[in-house]
Write a new protein. Sequence first.
Length: 597
Amino acid sequence: MAMRSHYCGLVTEALLGQTVTLCGWVNRRRDHGGVIFVDLRDREGYVQVVCDPDRPEMFKAAEDLRNEFCIQVKGLVRARPAGTTNDSLKSGKIEVLCHELTVLNPSVTPPFQLDEDNLSETTRLTHRVLDLRRPYMQNNLMLRYKVAMEVRKFLDANGFIDIETPMLTKSTPEGARDYLVPSRVHDGQFFALPQSPQLFKQLLMVAGYDRYYQITKCFRDEDLRADRQPEFTQIDIETSFLSEQDIRDMFQGMIKSVFQKVLNVDLGEFPVMAYAEAMHRYGSDKPDLRVKLEFTELTDVMADVDFKVFSTPATMKGGRVVALRVPRGGELSRGEIDAYTEFVKIYGAKGLAWIKVNEAAKGRDGLQSPIVKNLHDAAIAEILKRTGAQDGDLIFFGADKAKIVNDAIGALRIKIGHSEFGKKNGLFENRWAPMWVVDFPMFEFDEEAQRYTAVHHPFTAPKDGHEDWMATDPEKCIAKGYDMVLNGWEIGGGSVRIHRADVQQKVFDALKITPEEAQLKFGFLLDALQYGAPPHGGLAFGLDRIVTLMTGAESIRDVIAFPKTQRAQCLLTQAPSPVDEKQLRELHIKLRNPQPV
């Protein structure tokens, strides 16, 4: 016989008059003058259990209950007395009159109350098992499960098949740093954990499995932040015989379907923006369209001003000068402006020039700023004209190498838009803001290495006709690449792949990858592409990021059952940890600076 008949959170007035058997954890016990109330909790929610003293043995057990005891209750479902219902709970109109109570397992005093606010993340991750009992975490992981199920249903309905790819594979150092796994059998040799199944899914296309997907773990040994983990979950997809537009259309449909079925949200239209336009207007390849602030290009205007802070980047190769007009920004205090100045320094900016527009019609005389005296009248007039500044506005400026300007002023745009000031003044629109960013450059120049690198990866196909520029002008080459962006987060991205050997060779030449190096790193893929490889392409979505956005969590750690910290540690299991000398000897490894075990 089953230990329970129903989940606690699903007991409703539909069961009035019935006897139910429930199992769960004591969330709270309350003694009300001889009657004991127990809030019993399981993954579906809460139910109120009432223990009367007319059953002495059961009542004695109820008196000994404490938070987090695991118990079984058998009792009668009855309506709550008038005025005591709780509309926030599914079970809020009923209670269970306890007939029998069994303590399945007592609990020691937990290190925190599950409804405690402001728990430190260290405490939560150290005691993750208890943290996972909290309704917030249970709701997050249940929603994650529903998202994964809806993805599977959509892909299954569209003819995709789930195929696993290896976790122990070859190190191909393109992109992030690999996690390496030493081989015990092959002395001095290493496997790598996959950064993605990229090469294997291309091999599956060559093998004729024209619609593949996998919800799988990927591993990258890189610096962490709120939306990154050393191991993360990817919805990995590849398909043959579809164009770039076909692929985008299909998987826009998938994401719309998932949001509709899981959240009952219609994401609406997905604007499509070229990478160059996104960088020009927002300084980001994943712009948050909810923020109603844009860059104003001033590089050409500042070339001949006396102010070296502006004229130097305006005239140097790769320099940029932009303005960010903040409507009603004149309300910001000098302290707030100074705080924003310190903020942009995080992104490499040396400072943050600004102008307060008191009376735009007066030109120079209507402006307040320490930099106005360094700008000629024509520059001031053009700044006001291009920004469209009105009385009471504030104009911030970024001037440096384009990357620093884009990073710093792009981050400032987001920070102002999301601030209380931004929300109060209509600079932020609270909505879902999906989009596609397309037409990425094929290559970017690495100043340190003095060579071109692939923006996406070396197997991304160029736009038709762009192959011929690879030898003469690689920076003109545009890729058949695309990213899906939602609320300023890249939630998925991919490309059409190269399936012809002659085009692949041109890419390797542009990247200065020699035939020997290519064969060493990617030989198994290059060999397979010779056997009638079909046109193919795909993309991958970050499941963790999608669920984070859906739940409104601040970090992907809140939607992963057992995450790592920002230092790539698991506080629950204390991993990584030292291993003993015997294990190291078996792996033929000697540590340079041994740590005590």
